[in-house]
Design a protein around this ligand. Sequence first.
Ligand code: ZN
Ligand code: ZN
Length: 266
Amino acid sequence: MLQVNAYAAPSATEDLVPTRIDRREVGEHDVLIGIKYSGICHSDIHTVRGEWGPQQYPLVPGHEIAGIVTEIGASVTRHAVGDRVGVGCMVNSCRECVHCLAGEEQYCLKGNIGTYGAADVDGTITQGGYAAAVVVNEDFVVNIPAALELDVAAPLLCAGITTYSPLRHWGVGPGKKVAVIGLGGLGHMAVKIAHAMGSEVTVLSRTLKKQEDGLKLGAENYFATEDPETFEVLAGSFDLIVNTVSAGIDISAFLQLLTLNGALRN
Ligand SMILES: [Zn+2]
Ligand SMILES: [Zn+2]
């Protein structure tokens, strides 16, 4: 076992405290990552508080991990010592089911193994990125391009992929009109990425309070959904609507804003 410094929640109701946790020895297909940054995701808070089901404590959250490879297992081919790498929301899956074999490990039929609070194949409970180091199978470690600083890369490992994935899946690019509902942690990411992919981006927010920020982030248009006229003006406008708000919305009203065969992604 390796022992590393970490911040752990002792229970669902206590603040995180500095502690030491065990990491498994670096196995044949594992890489040891010296963690430089870990983003803070709202899921970290939900999980620690037990709001998504009971947890084992102490629990170390963090699934937006960016760092440097400091050791590799004997059979590792995808990474080398010194590589700048990241780890997102999962660290393993069965790799045998039809979904895993299709490269969609997040939908593993046996359940993907989350970066923290999940039972790993060896029976231990995974611990996340609020720590000095982590051991992860090479297949669940991604390279971070040299042009990206590690601190700004970290949030891309969850918030980034969460918004990039639907944009990519629905073929967003030049000529496509994308609407993003909400301009928070996920929404601002969706705006930046959809803009970078070349589509025309519209923010749909309750009020115009964040309009200036939205336009600065790359949106062409910004509408307030509290104004009923918005839904008349924009009817039939969008190829894709990405909903990033956690509060309930009137989905059927937003569906009217789609083009024929358009999609709304929650
Ligand atoms: Zn997250
Ligand atoms: Zn699987």
